[in-house]
Design a protein around this ligand. Structure first.
Ligand code: ADP
Ligand code: ZN
Ligand code: MG
Length: 479
């Protein structure tokens, strides 16, 4: 049978703040276990939480970047559950009045294997703010628990069930991560657990309106696992439905080594978290004016930046999209474009050369070749000081040594010969050395001109200005 796939994602994003959500402990990754803790984040009785305004501000900014409505009235709630990673036996979260709701994210990127996807808006149901829980690690003979992560500000971004394939989910995560990075909301490093994603997925017979039974997938620790996990789950569910098996709501884990999902727990009736308003925190109000003040602080987003690149630097939409696919690249290009007369050439060098080399480099290519140097290289080519071909040699040298292009051109005597009296000597020699080609040319075979250009470039070791070479060749041959 043919099925429609329905996918909704719940993404957790740790906020980049100095301190934790309700205490002044450092929000710092990688510290010695159980060192950035205090009575508040380890749940001692009698302590009082104090909200971190910076975390609230970043959540609202994130909501604005996802085109959400920002609530004028929000509150925190207690979500009760009992587990060693939750020292208070409840988590401070948000239930019915989150900071942000009803937004959307445009996915206009690529799927996992790089093919372009059509533009599509994925709805955002809500974004709420909560505190992260401790991290448990299971060893052969014991389990360890690190409370450093307990109390780290954590956003939960819930999407509408708007995605229909693993590639769309991948593109959604890519766009979301990019927005968070551009907005300095989070670094979204999945390896550090700064971004975590649960997938909800169901199948329904093609064209049917009502959704099927959804399965929740957990333990997806990279975008690649999300993509693989979804595709695996689609086939698994389709196979069962084909056999007429009625699926039940369950939570499954992804085993990346085996490339398969396994049952974690069956969702009985709805979990009773006994939500109630957090009595130690007052509701939070923002006036319309305050919300508009925050809106003014919004940074430029990748899509806006791409539009600006097309408008100001006359790039193609495709090039602009490549350059804004990562913050590091767009910052580099934007800085360089201000320093060169030929931003378009600079864009080409970044896209064709820098990005090609980057994947093989052990060091940061953006540090090895500072933007000023690449911008200078682009200017030297557009000013005809060197040819594009020599530019490649200079570029390789910049990459190898970190030197600036002027120094390299000087040291290697690579500057283009534009002095026609020098070029004309090469032209004369090329003509004298190749009498049979001269005869062909004179007999009307004008394509031979290209051959002569090649000869002259060889004689000048690539340094003759190609326009001058053609002009002088014609003068000599047609004489
Ligand atoms: P729960 O109460 O189980 O957490 P929610 O209604 O809050 O379920 O939805 C959680 C996530 O699951 C959301 O991202 C939503 O878009 C998605 N979702 C809801 N129903 C389905 C479905 N039938 N198939 C796939 N995803 C779904
Ligand atoms: Zn603390
Ligand atoms: Mg839910």
């Amino acid at each position: 049978m043919e099925y429609d796939v329905v996918i909704g994602l719940e993404v957790h994003v740790q906020l980049r703040t100095k301190s934790k959500m309700f205490c002044s402990c450092a929000n710092q990754y990688g510290a010695e276990p159980n060192t950035t803790i205090c009575p508040v984040c380890t749940g001692y009785p009698g302590v009082m939480p104090v909200p971190n305004y910076e975390a609230i501000r970043k959540t609202i900014m994130a909501g604005m970047m996802c085109e959400c409505e920002i609530s004028e009235l929000s509150k925190f709630d207690r979500k009760s559950y009992f587990y060693p990673d939750m020292p208070k036996n409840y988590q401070i979260s948000q239930y019915d009045l989150p900071f942000c709701k009803l937004g959307k994210i445009r996915i206009s990127g690529k799927g996992f294997s790089g093919e372009a996807l059509p533009d599509k808006d994925i709805g955002i149901t809500r974004i709420h703010l909560e505190e992260d829980v401790a991290k448990s690690t299971h060893y052969a003979s014991f389990s360890g628990i690190d409370y450093n992560r307990a109390g780290v500000p954590l956003m939960e971004i819930v999407s509408e069930p708007d995605m229909t394939s693993a590639d769309e989910a991948y593109a959604y995560l890519t766009s979301l991560k990019l927005i968070m990075q551009y907005g300095a909301i989070s670094d979204c490093d999945m390896e550090k657990g700064q971004m975590r994603c649960d997938v909800n997925i169901s199948l329904k017979p093609k064209g049917r309106k009502e959704f099927g039974t959804k399965i929740e997938l957990k333990n997806l620790n990279s975008f690649r696992s999300v993509h693989r996990g979804i595709n695996h789950e689609i086939s698994r569910q389709a196979e069962l439905l084909d056999q007429g098996v009625a699926l039940q709501q369950e939570t499954r884990g992804w085993n990346d080594d085996r490339g398969a999902t396994y049952l974690m727990r069956i969702k009985e009736s709805a979990h009773d978290y006994r939500y109630f308003p957090e009595p130690d925190l007052t509701p939070i109000c923002f006036s319309k004016e305050e919300i508009e003040m925050l809106r003014k602080e919004l940074p430029e987003l990748p899509a806006q930046m791409a539009e600006r690149f097309v408008r100001d630097y006359e790039l193609t939409a495709y090039d602009a999209q490549v350059l804004t696919s990562e913050k590091e690249i767009s910052t580099y290009f934007d800085a360089g474009a201000k320093e060169t007369k030929s931003p378009k050439l600079l864009a080409n060098w970044i896209i064709n050369e820098m990005l090609r080399l980057r994947d093989d480099s052990e060091f940061s290519i953006f540090e090895q070749i500072p933007f000023k140097n690449l911008a200078r290289l682009a200017s030297m080519i557009s000013d005809n000081i060197i040819s594009g071909k020599i530019g490649k040699i200079v570029f390789e040298e910049m990459y190898a040594t970190g030197k600036d292009p002027e120094t390299i051109v000087k040291e290697k005597v690579l500057a283009q010969v534009t002095d026609e009296s020098a070029i004309v000597e090469f032209v004369k020699k090329a003509i004298a050395d190749n009498p049979s080609q001269v005869t062909e040319y004179k007999a009307g075979k004008s394509a031979v001109l290209q051959y002569f250009v090649g000869q002259v470039m060889k004689l000048s070791r690539g340094k003759a200005n190609p326009q001058s070479v053609i002009k002088l060749l014609k003068e000599q041959l047609d004489a």
